[in-house]
Design a protein around this ligand. Structure first.
Ligand code: DGT
Ligand code: CA
Ligand code: CA
Ligand code: ZN
Length: 587
């Protein structure tokens, strides 16, 4: 059964592969697939239930795309996609994501040097062959080499960005939950702990019919290559080469199994030691009491993770904390911090509308979904003028302010802030004149270019922005795309110190490809008392779900609720905004 989500994924893959085939993301065909995807997303209906005739009535969907969607829903396959996959296997797609390797360069690399994967690209770099290709030189060769190294793209320890693994895991879990005789299914492992990169996907299923579940897994379209096939465990590789381990346990063992397979390994070892200290035994089947003969040990707990922690005199430890970095001592001693949770969040402070060139929903639409999400305030932060194409002039921003004021008048229950996402220039300069910037109710300043400057220059650049009195927060601190584009390098301690002393908030950006600031930086920020703000950076009404990802990243950084400014009630939050740098109120 093809789901709506599967169709969206299929269209995304068509966009990726057609970009390579047409050698440009701007080609007519690429735009057609992308527009269709956006149109279907905006339409919101279940695509699989629509006829070709109904599909082409949707904005952006042409005849050719409609017939591909029907082909996929009816047959489970798309001929065009199969052909493209042969020409552009995953190893090539992966190469195309390296900064500096565009579709045209890739084609020449394949034709002239026979480069087909990261390993052969590395070999060509080592032999100084890349620099001999037209359009490339020693500088671009060195840049590509550095990207490969910093992105961790080569070797057998290669890891998958969470943004690629999570959507697949969610789809697989949904598929498993809907099988007959399955009581529960859950993704575990590093993915549940919300690591930013994933070695493999681990899924635990509660069912009394292991063989039936395993048979369904083997038949799943993503199971390209079966590695292990047993009655309780199946491992397969997806077409992209990502391994998925699916294990079936009885419903009584589910808690013990999810605890074990969520890990981390180091967390498990500490927990098991705690059990051993009590004369007990902890494994993936349960927590067992003291008895000289293992076979006679009584079960203390096994159905739910919570019961196992409780029996070990621990408060429940949320998965993002399970890294053996002090969480067990805290949970059994003074207590874990009151971690920020999704339910605490009452506003989003990095939020775009179609005022931004890359925004796709209107002010009215974005405000309505914010209200539906239960928010008390929103900062509408469209791009400042310095971000070419996507930015707005001062006059456009003033008009936008009027527009927001009109929407505000219709919605007295939410506070709308007329904000701006300022662009941090190469040396820390910001958009507009300082007097104009000071008019905004709220700003987030972020890096969108110049990723290759020295760490010293990047540190100075960030500090210049942080010290600017019109800046309330710093967005996606490093500018990285996980596994795709390395972020800027800078002195983390110095930058955090500046954030603390200027009372500027550090954003935890929930976009899955960003998760920026990263959780290790968040933890250092928490230690220094730097204020945090968790945002979605939404450009469309469908993107508000990113808040959950931002919260999980903040939890991995041990972020307590009271340090996160968008958990504060409106009065407390506005007092902080208005008191920025002691300048008094905004507009
Ligand atoms: P990954 O896949 O490298 O991103 O990281 P994980 O944590 O998902 O590791 P994985 O897939 O090898 O194993 C899943 C979980 O199973 C792991 O987090 C903890 C548990 N586990 C695996 N091997 C061992 C082990 O040797 N001892 C213990 N206590 N637990 C283990
Ligand atoms: Ca794993
Ligand atoms: Ca695994
Ligand atoms: Zn943004």
């Amino acid at each position: 059964m093809i789901s709506n989500r599967d169709v969206m994924e299929m269209l995304s893959e068509l966009v990726t592969l057609t970009t390579l085939a047409e050698e440009s993301p701007q080609s007519f065909k690429v735009r057609a697939y992308e527009n269709a995807r956006l149109g279907l997303e905006a339409d919101g209906r279940d695509v699989t239930a629509l006829t070709a005739g109904e599909l082409i009535k949707i904005k952006g969907v042409g005849k050719a795309t409609a017939s591909k969607i029907r082909e996929y829903v009816d047959t489970g396959e798309v001929t065009k996609l199969r052909v493209l996959r042969q020409e552009f296997p995953f190893s090539i797609v992966e190469l195309s994501r390296i900064p500096g390797v565009g579709p045209k360069t890739l084609k020449i690399m394949r034709a002239k040097l026979g480069i087909e994967d990261v390993e052969s690209l590395k070999a060509a770099i080592a032999a100084e062959q890349l620099r001999t290709l037209p359009g490339l030189g020693a500088t671009s060769e060195a840049k590509i080499a550095k990207s490969i190294e910093r992105l961790g793209l080569s070797g057998k320890d290669r890891r998958t960005p969470i943004g690629d693994a999570l959507p697949l895991a969610v789809r697989l879990v949904e598929f498993l939950e809907n099988l007959p005789r399955v009581e529960q299914a859950m993704h575990c492992g590093s993915l549940r702990r919300f690591s930013e990169t994933i070695g493999d996907i681990d899924i635990t299923v509660a069912s009394n019919d292991g063989p039936a579940v395993m048979a369904a897994v083997v038949a799943h379209p993503e199971a390209d290559d079966i590695v292990v096939n047993g009655n309780t465990k199946t491992s397969f590789l997806t077409p992209a080469g990502l391994q998925v381990d699916v294990r079936v346990v009885t419903p009584e063992q589910f808690g013990a199994a999810t605890l074990y397979f969520t890990g981390s390994k180091a967390h498990n070892i500490e927990l098991r030691q705690r059990a051993l200290d009590r004369g007990w035994l902890l494994n993936e089947y349960g927590l067992f009491g003291a008895e000289p003969q293992d076979a006679d040990r009584p079960i203390v707990a096994s159905v739910a993770e919570r019961d196992i922690y409780e029996a070990l005199d621990l408060e429940f430890i949320p998965p993002p904390l399970r890294e053996a970095t002090g969480e067990i001592d805290a949970a059994g001693g003074d207590g874990l911090p009151e971690l920020v949770q999704r339910a605490h969040i009452v506003g989003d402070l990095h939020y775009h509308t179609d005022r931004s060139g890359d925004g796709r929903s209107s002010v009215e639409e974005m405000v309505q979904v914010g209200i539906d999400a239960g928010y008390k305030y929103l900062a509408i932060t469209d791009h400042g003028i310095d971000l070419a194409i996507n930015g707005s002039t001062a006059d456009e921003m003033l008009e936008h302010r009027e527009h927001i004021a009109r929407v505000q008048a219709d919605h007295p229950d939410i506070v709308l802030l007329w904000g701006c996402e300022l662009n941090i220039g190469a040396s820390g300069g910001l958009d507009y004149e300082p007097d104009f910037r000071a008019l905004f109710d709220y700003t987030v300043a972020s890096v969108h270019s110049h990723y290759d400057q020295s760490p010293l220059d990047q540190t100075k650049r960030l500090i210049a922005a942080i010290a600017d009195p019109t800046v309330n927060s710093i967005g996606h601190l490093s500018g990285r795309y996980i596994g795709r584009r390395p972020g800027i390098e800078f002195d983390v301690d110095v930058v955090l110190e500046a954030l603390a002393s200027f009372d500027v908030a550090l954003e935890v950006n929930g976009a899955l490809q960003r998760l920026d600031a990263a959780s290790d930086v968040v933890r250092k920020a928490v230690d220094r008392g730097v204020k945090l703000v968790i945002n979605t950076d939404s450009h469309h009404v469908s993107e508000l779900g990113r808040m959950e990802y931002g919260v999980l990243t903040a939890q991995r950084g041990w972020a307590p609720r009271d340090l996160v400014v968008n958990t504060w009630d409106t009065a407390k939050f506005m007092a902080w905004v208005d008191g920025r740098h002691g300048l008094g109120g905004g507009a």
